[in-house]
Design a protein around this ligand. Structure first.
Ligand code: NAD
Ligand code: TYD
Length: 335
């Protein structure tokens, strides 16, 4: 197969390229990525010299570029990861989220339709909104209720993808996945920020009282779920993907402090995120029953693997934390 992967230089996209080239070494991969602050070619050193891998720097919001790419290459499949992905950045500056997540997705859909190319859209559980403690977990029938500019733009993109299926017959599938963690995770998100801050002996900023809940999935399991949907999923269908691993931010914080041998004095409680979604949780019964997919890495195992990776790849995250990242961090946390 010849596959177009968008956003392949980011966290999940680069993990997916590693996963795919290991599992399907004869497939050809074209990686289209704008290389925003979150895109990093260092994530792809191990594959960049493969004869069947090609990188193209480009913006999915650039209609002409996308059109030209599809007219020059015959793709069998698009796996669409490219997005602005950080909720806090969407609160500070939503414009790029509209351009990339909505306009960019639409450009890809329009181009894919010309050749009726199979399209897998990678989305998030955040489109479903926020749960209270005792609410049942999200499933494929949960009504959309996005509450941040990030989740609203992802919700819009999901609707467009479905519209292209119902209206024009584009062969699509969608996955709505819970929070990922693992190697190459950009250190502005909870997991890598806390791990790298503690490795640098810096404090860790817990928003509000730390009682918000996320359902964590090791990134390789997300890759295997997407693979499974591509191979066995039904066209036009959506699949919720989760880790069966709900943790409050405080629970995560305690575990990470123990793993890194630090005390509670490293915690700094900071002002809560505006409109902070309290809880996300996924009921992954459909993908388990219909496609026989389940997460294979436990939270404890994944956390240990992730900490090990960040310990062993200090140069990777230190170079990120010394760049534009610092301006963002200052804007976000005031220091
Ligand atoms: P990321 O921010 O780490 O990476 C995004 C990548 O997209 C970067 O390489 C960036 O350069 C690229 N990109 C951004 N704008 C672009 C544009 N206009 N044109 C081309 N490339 C562009 O994001 P991630 O965490 O890897 O998330 C990937 C996808 O998975 C996103 O669609 C996100 O909504 C979804 N998702 C993420 C999570 C999570 O926990 N991180 C969970 C569920 C779903
Ligand atoms: P994040 O990694 O930004 O993912 P999400 O898209 O789910 O918001 O945040 C995960 C949780 O951690 C969320 O409840 C906000 C919280 N959080 C902190 O407490 N401190 C931080 O510095 C960050 C980045 C997040």
């Amino acid at each position: 197969m010849k596959i177009l992967i968008t956003g392949g230089a980011g966290f999940i996209g680069s993990n997916f390229i590693h996963y795919w080239t290991r599992k399907y070494p004869t497939d050809t991969i074209v990686n289209l990525d704008k290389l925003t602050y979150a895109g990093n070619l260092e994530n792809l050193r191990a594959v960049e010299k493969l004869p069947n891998y090609k990188f193209i720097q480009g913006d999915i919001a650039d209609e002409k570029l996308v059109e030209k790419l599809f007219s020059e290459e015959q793709f069998d499949l698009v796996v669409h990861f490219a997005a602005e992905s950080h909720v806090d950045r969407s609160i500070l500056d939503p414009d790029a989220f509209i351009q990339t997540n909505i306009v960019g997705t639409h450009n890809l859909l329009r181009a894919a339709l010309k050749s009726k190319t199979r399209f897998h859209h990678v989305s998030t559980d955040e489109v479903f909104g926020s749960l209270q403690k005792t609410d049942p977990a999200f499933n494929e029938k949960t009504p959309y209720d996005p509450r941040s500019p990030y989740s609203a733009s992802k919700a819009a993109s999901d609707h467009l993808v479905r519209a292209y299926f119902h209206t024009y017959g584009l062969p699509i599938t969608i996955s709505n996945c819970s929070n990922n963690y693992g190697p190459y995770h950009f250190p502005e998100k909870l997991f890598p920020l806390f791990i790298t801050n503690l490795l640098e002996d810096k404090k860790i900023p817990v928003y509000g009282d730390g009682t918000s809940v996320r359902d964590w999935l090791y990134v390789e399991d997300h890759c295997s779920a997407i693979d499974c949907i591509i191979r066995k999923g039904q066209i036009g269908e959506t699949y919720c993907v989760g880790g069966n691993s709900e943790k409050t931010n405080k629970e995560f914080t305690t575990k990470i402090l123990v793993l890194l041998g630090k005390g509670d004095e490293m915690i700094e409680y900071v002002t809560d995120r505006p409109g902070h979604d309290h809880r996300y949780a996924i009921d992954a019964t459909k993908i388990k029953n219909e496609l026989d997919w389940e997460p294979s890495v436990t939270f404890e195992e994944g956390l240990e693997r992730t900490v090990k990776w960040f310990r062993e790849n200090e140069a990777w995250w230190k170079s990120i934390k010394s760049g534009e990242y610092q301006d963002y961090y200052k804007k976000q946390y005031g220091k």
